[in-house]
Design a protein around this ligand. Structure first.
Ligand code: SF4
Length: 452
C-alpha cells in the first residue's frame, strides 16, 4: 500500500468555505446525479445530511453545494456565486435541473439535517435519493465526505487510496529511505510518482496552475473589504492591513511576518466568502501553504522566476500531506483541527525547508516540529462558520511553519521525535477527542462565544 496522493488530488481548485462540507458534498451530489441511469424519469430528489454535515452544514454552505452538485456542477469549474446562495434563496417548488438535463420541482426542505445520526463510515455522511412521479424509488446512495474534498461511496474503497505509484511509501521513514536509495529529494520522489500519470511538462503546467490559483486567491483577499457572510458579521481584515503595510513601505515598520499573516488572512477570508480557493489540504486550512509560499517568493528567494521553486515546494508538501491523509486524517470532523491546520502547517514547513535547500531529513524534521505543536488542537467553529477561529488560526500556523523550517535548517536533520511518531500520535489523539470538538460546533469557542 502506498500513502502517496497525487498533487492534483490533494490540491484541488474549488470553492469555499469548506472542503469536507462544501467541495466534497458537491462532488458527491454530482457523482450521484450523473450515475442515475434514466434522469428523465426523476420527479423528486432528497438529501439527508448526517453527523457533522448535519450539525454545521448550513454555516459551511453544504445545502447550496448539494443543489449545485445535483444540477451537474463541479467545484473546479462552477461559478462560486451560483453555490453561495443556491439553497438559502431557493423558491419552494422551483425547478432544479437534475444532472443538468431534467427539471425537478425542489424545495429547501428536500434537504434534511440529522446531526445526531452518525453513520459508521465517517462523521461526514449524506444520503441522496431520487424517485419517479409515483413516488417509487429509482436510486439511493450514501456518500462520505472524508476530508480535503475527497469522497467515498458506501460499499466502495477509497479510490485515491487504492492507486499505486512507482515510488511507494507508507511512512516517513520509508520516504527518507527511498530518498537515500535513489539519491533523490522528497520533491523528486513525488515528481517520479506524478510522471507515472502525466508528462513532465504536464506536471509542471499543472503545478504552475495550482500556484497561480493560490496566488490569485491571496491577491483577491488583499483587495477585498466589508463583512463576511453569516450571522457573526465578521469584518474582513486583509484588505485594510494590506493598505497599512503599503503605506508603511520603506519605513522599516512593515515586517515580513506582517505580510505572512496577512497573506493567510486574505486566503481564508476569500474562503469564508465562498470564493475560488485551492484546497490545501482542506479549505479551512487553505491559507497556510499559499501564505508561506508567497513569503518565500517575496522575502526569502532571490529568483526572478519562482515557478521551479514553487514546484519543489508543492511537491514536497504533497508527499508530506499524503502521510497525514493515509496514516491519520486531514478531516476536522474526524481528527479535530490538528488534522486540518496541523497537517497544512507541517506541509508548509516541509515545503519551505525544501526550497531553502534543506535535506530530506531537515524537511522531515520541519514537518515534525510543525505538527507536534498542533497535537490536540480542537475544531470548534463559532456559529458553524469557517471564520472564528479558522481565519486567524491560519495566520498563526503560517508563522509556526516558518519557525519550524528555520529551526530545522539550523540542525542537521537528527531529532528525537520522528514524523511517523507524531502522525500516529495525531491519529490516536483524534480518536480520543470528543465529538464536541470535531466540526460539530458543540464545544469550545462555539459554545462560549455569544452569537449576535
Ligand atoms: S476550527 Fe480548524 S478544522 Fe475546524 S473548521 Fe476551522 S479550520 Fe477547519
Amino acid at each position: 500500500m502506498t500513502a502517496y496522493v497525487s498533487a492534483f488530488d490533494l490540491f484541488s481548485i474549488g470553492v469555499g468555505p469548506s472542503s469536507s462540507h462544501t467541495v466534497g458534498p458537491m462532488r458527491a451530489a454530482r457523482d450521484f446525479a450523473l450515475r442515475v441511469p434514466h434522469p428523465e424519469r426523476v420527479a423528486h430528489v432528497t438529501c439527508e445530511l448526517y453527523g457533522s454535515l448535519g450539525a454545521t452544514g448550513i454555516g459551511h454552505g453544504t445545502p447550496g453545494a448539494v443543489v449545485a452538485g445535483l444540477s451537474g456542477f463541479a467545484p473546479e469549474t462552477v461559478d462560486p456565486v451560483l453555490v453561495r446562495d443556491a439553497w438559502q434563496e431557493w423558491a419552494d417548488g422551483a425547478p432544479l435541473l437534475f444532472a443538468g438535463v431534467q427539471p425537478v420541482p425542489f424545495s429547501r426542505n428536500d434537504i434534511t439535517f440529522a446531526p445526531f445520526t452518525r453513520l459508521p463510515g465517517h462523521p461526514n455522511a449524506m444520503k441522496l435519493t431520487v424517485s419517479d412521479t409515483k413516488g417509487v424509488e429509482l436510486a439511493s446512495e450514501v456518500y462520505y465526505s472524508i476530508g480535503g474534498g475527497f469522497i467515498r461511496r458506501e460499499g466502495e474503497a477509497d479510490a485515491v487510496a487504492a492507486e499505486s505509484f512507482p515510488l511507494s511509501f507508507a511512512t516517513a521513514d520509508r520516504l527518507l529511505a527511498l530518498c537515500a536509495e535513489h539519491g533523490l529529494t522528497i520533491a523528486e520522489i513525488a515528481r517520479r510518482n506524478e510522471e507515472s500519470r502525466r508528462t513532465s511538462d504536464e506536471v509542471d503546467a499543472g503545478i504552475d496552475a495550482i500556484w497561480t490559483a493560490m496566488d490569485s486567491c491571496i491577491n483577491a483577499g488583499l483587495h477585498a473589504k466589508g463583512l463576511l457572510p453569516g450571522l457573526l458579521k465578521v469584518r474582513r481584515r486583509a484588505g485594510a492591513i494590506r493598505e497599512q503595510l503599503d503605506n508603511e513601505a520603506g519605513s522599516g515598520k512593515a515586517l515580513p511576518g506582517d505580510w505572512l499573516g496577512t497573506f493567510a488572512l486574505a486566503v481564508n477570508e476569500e474562503n469564508a466568502a465562498g470564493g475560488r480557493v485551492v484546497t490545501a489540504p482542506t479549505n479551512g486550512a487553505a491559507g497556510i501553504l499559499p501564505a508561506v509560499a508567497r513569503y518565500w517568493v517575496e522575502f526569502v528567494s532571490d529568483t526572478d522566476d519562482p515557478r521551479p521553486g514553487m514546484r519543489e515546494f508543492l511537491l514536497t508538501a504533497t508527499a508530506l500531506g499524503s502521510l497525514f491523509k493515509a496514516n491519520a486524517s486531514i478531516s476536522g470532523a474526524e481528527g479535530g483541527c490538528q488534522a486540518e491546520v496541523g497537517s497544512a502547517c507541517a506541509m508548509a514547513a516541509g515545503g519551505l525547508t525544501a526550497v531553502m535547500g534543506g535535506t530530506p531529513e531537515q524537511v522531515e524534521n520541519a514537518a515534525e516540529i510543525a505538527m507536534e505543536h498542533h497535537l490536540g488542537l480542537t475544531c470548534d467553529p463559532v456559529g458553524g462558520l469557517v471564520q472564528i477561529p479558522c481565519i486567524e488560526r491560519n495566520a498563526i500556523a503560517a508563522s509556526t511553519a516558518v519557525t519550524a523550517a528555520r529551526l530545522a535548517m539550523r540542525g542537521d536533520g537528527a531529532h528525537y521525535v520522528s514524523l511517523d511518531t507524531v502522525v500516529e500520535t495525531m491519529r490516536q489523539t483524534g480518536i480520543d477527542m470528543s465529538t464536541k470538538y470535531k466540526e460539530t460546533s458543540e464545544g469550545g469557542l462555539a459554545v462560549n462565544v455569544v452569537e449576535c
